[in-house]
Design a protein around this ligand. Structure first.
Ligand code: AMP
Ligand code: ZN
Length: 484
């Protein structure tokens, strides 16, 4: 029962019940893992031909919030985010440019496997750093490189060949979707429709339009294989790494909803055909981060990076707060104003948390407020509602400081917002602020003096965008950094 007395959060008893929307069934289900007390989890990682953008980061903050909820509920969680360090065409199909090749050409580097790996390592370091800044425990996550699993990828393709699911063409090896009953079951993809609406320019040797590449031959570059020099297909790397690191059947697989139709249906086809058993118990997909009404993506060019967020003076956790304000299955429209509002809300939350911690750092008995908060996160990771309960309860006079501190501890476990160690700094008198801010404060005082409150508010918003909150004290305005 949701909202019942909680024992698992304190580490005793059976894990608490969790409810997840499963893309496989299209409905909300109670979470039942393969092995009691344990949960395995895989998230498709980015292709490392450039830094990850904040749309990608939304996908990983969401998978982290799911992992935190599993851990806090009492499961031992094993997590993998793969690193695609070769191949992966710009489109999900088998035509188009190869992203890693594109990256090498852009950087003026020779097309060699060493350069490809070196480029991937450079961007992977930045990616893992971004995740750590967003409070993901990167020590606890495995980041396997697809290029370290070539023998496993080849072995999987051979199994598919031996079982009659694969066929050779002049340019590699393909998966025959007509041999796999139920192809396209994820997201209710209708294969007949898909076949009819398939690309006009179809590979001539493919038996079915939805067939996809398992091994791509390349005359010059790649690894040796039974099919000559070349590269494993993009989809096979996930199936092979999952089988090697987590097993034939896993509990949770996440990714953005763009991956459902092709990539995840292909992962299912390969893994279930090779292993002869169910592949993933719970498929969970996040909606997009949008920018100007469109999915943020490198190919459209409407992307922002975490480095941009920091350069504008925002704390990375302001971005995490912004992500948590939307449910993971709802699109989130990014704007700098929305981020400024999230930064200012998080700053207020940090101050409120610091005030509570000054009164008590003991958590006491589980409170009704904490139970209501937990019921929300356990109900399909409903973070907007959980944040609402958090705010209401921390401001309420119905709870003791111990109960509030216990709620902060639970919120930290689930949301990762650093509420029990808020990174806030002391206010600075306006007169001691840097010159540009001092000028803005003077303009604001002038606007207030002539009762132009709209102008005063605009200037305050401008100061907030620069990472400071304004408070008017007896000594004049005070500026508090909202970022570190
Ligand atoms: P990619 O490098 O494009 O394969 O993306 C890595 C992960 O980020 C995948 O799970 C994608 O579905 C996800 N992703 C890409 N763009 C967005 C976006 N704008 N919003 C949310 N998730 C995204
Ligand atoms: Zn994948």
């Amino acid at each position: 029962m949701l909202g019942g007395k909680d024992t698992a959060e304190s580490g005793a008893g059976r894990p608490a019940p969790l409810f997840f929307t499963n893309t496989l069934s299209g409905s909300k289900e109670v979470f039942v893992p393969l092995k009691a007390g344990a949960a395995s989890m895989y998230s498709c990682g980015p292709t490392m031909y450039g830094p990850a953008h904040i749309g990608n980061l939304r996908a990983y903050v969401i998978s982290d919030t799911i992992a935190r909820t599993l851990t806090a509920a009492g499961y031992r969680v094993r997590r993998v985010i793969n690193i695609t360090d070769f191949g992966h065409l710009v489109s999900d199909g088998d035509e188009g440019e190869d992203k890693m090749t594109k990256g090498l050409l852009r950087d003026g580097l020779a097309l060699t496997l060493e350069n490809m790996r070196a480029m991937a390592e450079k961007y992977t370091a930045g990616f893992v750093g971004d995740l750590a800044a967003l409070e993901l425990d990167t020590e606890d996550i495995l980041f396997p490189r697809a290029s370290d699993f070539i023998p496993e990828e080849i072995a999987l393709i051979r199994t598919l060949e031996q079982k009659g699911y694969a066929y050779r063409t002049s340019d590699g090896v393909y998966f025959d979707v007509s041999r796999f009953p139920g192809y396209g079951k994820l997201g209710g993809l209708d294969l007949a429709n898909q076949q009819a609406g398939a690309r006009v320019a179809q590979h001539k040797e493919k038996r079915n339009p939805a067939d996809f590449v398992l091994w791509k031959s390349d005359g010059k570059l790649g690894w040796q294989s039974p099919w000559g020099l070349g590269f494993p297909g993009w989809h096979i790397e996930c199936s092979a790494m999952i089988r090697s690191l987590l097993g034939q059947e896993i509990d949770v697989h996440t990714g953005g909803e763009d991956l459902i139709a092709v990539h995840h249906n292909n992962e299912i086809a390969q893994s279930e055909a090779a292993n002869g058993r169910q592949f993933v118990r719970y498929w969970m997909h996040n909606a997009f981060l949008t920018m100007g009404g469109e999915k943020a993506s490198k190919s459209v060019g409407n992307v922002v990076y975490l480095s941009d967020v920091s350069e504008k003076g925002f704390h990375p956790l302001a971005l995490r707060y912004l992500f948590l304000q939307a449910h993971y299955r709802t699109p989130l429209s990014f704007s700098w104003d929305a981020l400024a509002a999230a930064a200012s809300a998080l700053d207020r939350l940090w101050r409120l948390s610091a005030d509570i911690a000054r009164e008590s750092k003991r958590s006491g008995e589980p409170s009704e407020a904490r139970d209501r908060f937990l019921a929300m996160v356990r109900d399909d990771i409903s973070t907007p509602q959980a944040l609402g309960i958090l705010w209401d309860s921390l401001r309420s006079e119905d709870y003791t400081p111990e109960e509030k501190y216990g709620l902060l501890e639970a919120a930290d476990k689930h949301l990762g917002l650093s509420l029990t160690r808020p990174p806030i700094t002391a206010p600075i008198p306006g007169a001691q602020a840097p010159e540009d801010l001092r000028n803005l404060l003077d303009e604001r005082s002038a606007a207030r003096a002539r009762k132009d409150f709209a102008a005063a508010d605009r200037i305050r918003a401008d100061i907030e965008r620069r990472g400071y909150r304004v408070d008017d004290g007896p000594e004049g305005p005070m500026l508090t950094p909202t970022t570190l």
